[in-house]
Design a protein around this ligand. Structure first.
Ligand code: MN
Length: 141
């Protein structure tokens, strides 16, 4: 079943590489280039997974993940940081900020595939997206 991956990245070359590669893997993609547009685009396109750059115009990746993870329904969507920071302290900060994982740029494409497949695999047994699933749980509770 085809999954929708949102790519939030303000660098055009990175965006083209990630988008082309994920589409070649059979995924649908949604491109967002400004942090302040993420929440609205997530509600509009209902992605199964979000790849989120840290340094963005509008809102930073840290601010965006904070908004997503404090949201009652959207917090179930896996969010992977795309980061140029490779220091151990930054990795710790990223994971403590609510990200479900991180990829250091430049991203090796096999690492991108592994991370995306890993975070999507938890959703594979359900016919619904993560957000819909969470919403259904909330309605059933
Ligand atoms: Mn950036």
């Amino acid at each position: 079943m085809s999954k929708t991956v949102m790519i939030v990245e303000d660098n055009d070359l990175n965006m083209i590489v990630f988008d082309t590669f994920l589409q070649a893997q059979g995924h649908q993609t949604v491109q967002v280039r400004d942090g302040s547009e993420v929440l609205g685009e997530v509600c509009r396109t209902n992605p199964d997974l979000i790849l989120l750059d840290i340094r963005l115009p509008g809102l930073s990746g840290f601010e965006v993940v904070s908004l997503l993870k404090s949201h009652l329904v959207l917090n179930s969507i896996p969010v992977i940081a795309l980061t140029a920071y490779a220091m151990p302290g930054e990795k710790k900060k990223i994971l403590e900020s609510g990200f479900d994982g991180y990829l250091s740029k430049p991203v090796a494409l096999h690492e991108l595939v592994e991370a995306v497949d890993y975070h999507l695999s938890a959703l594979n047994s359900f016919p619904m997206s993560a957000a819909n699933l969470k919403a259904t749980r909330l309605l059933a509770a």
